[in-house]
Design a protein around this ligand. Structure first.
Ligand SMILES: C[S@@+](CC[C@H](N)C(=O)[O-])C[C@H]1O[C@@H](n2cnc3c(N)ncnc32)[C@H](O)[C@@H]1O
Length: 170
């Protein structure tokens, strides 16, 4: 199983009204979910996605997203996410890391480029602002490796696509 964890610094922790951009960049979260699962004419079966939400009104919360929650259309995915928020659990990023079993890879441009060698990789990414240093250090305690995708700075959604490509080469 391939797991992605997106750390969202400002993503809201309750159903929102209006634009996802104004809801702590929930558009970024929505795009990342679609990148994690979607192929041109198919959905990946072997992916689980978590987002850790740290925005108002009741942080921190973690939402687990499965294949069945995913919408192909971007607008529909945004709207679905509004509803899915109700399923988010009161849980911090660190609690989630403690709970999951697998090999951790922190996405960081200073990391080593390569194909992740693991049957159960868990990829940790930051949102548009990036992963807070203290959270990155916390994951490192769990023998996390730093995975780099080169010196260019990618959107989180594109970093996820590249990681999926790399894992597909294994
Ligand atoms: C838009 S970037 C974050 C930008 C933020 N200003 C920063 O400095 O982290 C979103 C996330 O994608 C991942 N990412 C983007 N480019 C990468 C690269 N070249 N190598 C590894 N990870 C990358 C990182 O996890 C990053 O936190």
């Amino acid at each position: 199983m391939r797991t992605f964890i997106l750390y969202s610094r400002k993503g809201v922790t309750e159903e929102w009204k209006g634009d996802a951009i104004d809801a702590g960049r929930m558009d970024v979260v929505s795009d990342c979910i679609r990148s994690a699962f979607l192929l041109s004419h198919d959905l990946r079966d072997d992916v689980v996605f978590y987002v850790c939400l740290n925005g108002p009104p009741n942080p921190p919360k973690c939402l687990k997203v499965n294949k069945n929650d995913v919408e192909i259309d971007a607008v529909k995915m945004n709207n679905k996410l509004k509803k899915l928020i109700k399923n988010a659990e009161k849980k911090s990023f660190q609690e989630l890391i403690r709970e999951l079993k697998g090999d951790f890879f922190v996405l960081n441009e200073k990391g080593e480029i390569g194909i992740p060698q693991s049957e159960n990789p868990i990829f940790v990414l930051g949102d548009n602002i990036g992963l807070p240093k203290n959270e990155e250090k916390f994951v490192e305690r769990f023998k996390a490796k730093k995975l780099g995708l080169g010196k260019k700075h990618y959107f989180a959604k594109d970093a996820i696509t590249i990681v999926n490509f790399l894992c597909d080469q294994k």
